[in-house]
Design a binder for this molecule. Structure first.
Ligand code: GLN
Length: 463
């Protein structure tokens, strides 16, 4: 029965009933999740439909939303996120909530308060993060699709390390209503699937304006799957020089192979400079943490979740509840963000970062005046060992070096499997496009997928 989950969705749904598909998913979760810890909650009573897993920082009725934090350990939302409501309306069934770095802060899922998720290609390694559970759920064929969230790469980076497709849409393309806020000017819900077509079809279901999110866009929702077979002959791809000059060894060879595949399919490929891209990580960690420090002030022991049993005064309710409820990485972010926003430092850090962000946007606009797409690898390396970076936050932060720019600039970007490091750990190609170019992104990603077919390879747990 679990073979059903190896099929692309348009084939699976003609091969079985909605009930059988959800049963296949629940069965695969029972079999594979104990070793991988991708799910924090499984909806055993899920109705029939296309099984979809949802990152546990996106609210859902009828099941918990913990953000992988002790402070929300027992929180159940009274409403569905808009993206979740649209999934349910279109006949999808939410089969569970997936593991993440606490409040989506991390690149490995090791910062979860409920234990790390594990990479199905090698369970001694991280799946990436912060949407690690969603990437594992798709890669280990427990579900055909999952929602994740992106602030600086949290869909694309785990998609890359687990060998699946990951989309970060244009800022505003998908409603953020019901996505627990981290960095409001960079946050966006994203989609993880095994194939490009499944991703394009799901975006069509959940994209579009929403009166409950004033930053959602009125740009018309495209037919995202319309150009999947159109090919890329004559389309122009810019290779970001500043990113690629840092590559080494097998990651570089894999990226060069990917360029050869695109060239073989008729693409025009040239180098392009994006001079400020090297500042993206610094800008991202100031902007995202500043916004996080404001957003997380609502978790105060009064309105949501955990309240300390030791607190006797109002001051102690705040201090003890937050002290007990938040993990170390979240506390680090709140302190960094509060510092960057404090009077006397605001101009030097936050103001400066926003100015550089504007320069970065201008650099991308200039590059897109000459190219339809920009290319980098999705990550600088394959999945690293569990524990390898937990004592070195700066090394962990560098995992987002190629992904964070798209969030700061608000453009869409897709990660698509590009082969294997030493024949066993997935690597990934990142394709970026101008704002609202998702349909064109799927076209290019689909051409690459057709030429390479890596999505057919299964991790050891599935064979
Ligand atoms: N890894 C980045 C961070 O830790 C990005 C996280 C995300 O995209 N949610 O902030």
């Amino acid at each position: 029965m679990s073979e059903l989950l190896n099929l692309p969705w348009h084939e699976a749904k003609t091969a079985a009933t909605a009930r059988e598909l959800v049963d296949a998913s629940l069965c695969a979760i029972d079999e594979r999740n104990p070793a991988l810890n991708a799910f924090l909650h499984v909806a055993r009573d899920a109705a029939g439909g296309m099984p979809v897993a949802v990152k546990d920082n996106i609210v859902t009725t009828g099941m918990p939303t913990t953000c992988a934090s002790r402070i929300l350990g027992s929180f159940v939302s009274p409403f569905d996120a808009t993206a979740v409501a649209r999934l349910r309306q279109s006949g999808c069934s939410i089969v569970g909530k997936t593991n993440l770095d606490e409040f989506a802060m991390g690149s490995s899922t090791e910062h979860s308060a409920f234990g790390t998720a594990r990479n199905p290609w090698d369970p001694t390694r991280v799946p990436g993060g912060s949407s690690g559970g969603s990437a594992v759920a798709v890669a280990a064929r427990m579900v055909p699709a999952a929602l994740g969230s992106e602030t600086g790469g949290s869909v694309r980076q785990p998609a890359a390390l687990c060998g699946v497709v990951g989309l970060k849409p244009t800022y505003g393309r998908i409603s953020r209503n019901g996505l627990v806020a981290f960095g409001s000017s960079v946050d966006q819900i994203g989609i993880l699937t095994k194939t490009v077509r499944e991703c394009a079809e799901l975006l069509g279901v959940i994209a579009g304006p929403d009166p409950l999110d004033s930053t959602s866009s009125f740009a018309p929702v495209d037919d995202y799957a319309a150009d999947l077979d159109a090919g890329i002959r004559g389309l122009r791809f810019g290779v970001v020089r500043e990113a690629v000059s840092q590559l080494e060894g097998e990651v570089r060879a894999n990226f060069d192979d990917a360029l050869a595949v695109l060239r073989g399919a008729g693409a025009v490929i040239e180098e392009v400079s994006v001079p400020t891209i090297g500042y993206a990580i610094a800008v991202y960690y100031i902007v995202a943490n500043a916004e996080a420090s404001a957003n997380l002030s609502r978790f105060d022991g009064i309105r949501y979740g955990h309240r300390s049993a030791r607190a006797k005064t109002i001051r102690e309710v705040y201090f003890e509840s937050r002290g007990e409820g938040f993990g170390d990485e979240v506390k680090r972010r709140i302190m960094l963000g509060t510092f960057a926003l404090s009077s006397g430092y605001y101009d030097a850090y936050y103001g400066r970062a926003q100015a550089v962000r504007a320069r970065l946007r201008a650099d991308f606009d200039a590059a897109f005046a000459r190219f339809d797409y920009l290319l980098t690898p999705t990550t600088p390396e394959a999945a690293f060992a569990i524990g390898a970076k937990t004592d070195d936050p700066l090394a962990m932060y560098l995992s987002d070096i190629f992904t964070a720019p798209a969030n700061l600039v608000g453009i869409p970007a897709i990660a698509v499997p590009s082969g294997f490091w030493r024949g066993k750990l997935p690597l990934s190609l990142q394709i970026m496009g101008p704002r609202f170019s998702e349909r064109a992104l799927f076209r290019a990603a689909s051409a690459f997928e057709r030429e390479t077919g890596y999505w057919r390879e299964l991790p050891p747990v599935c064979t």
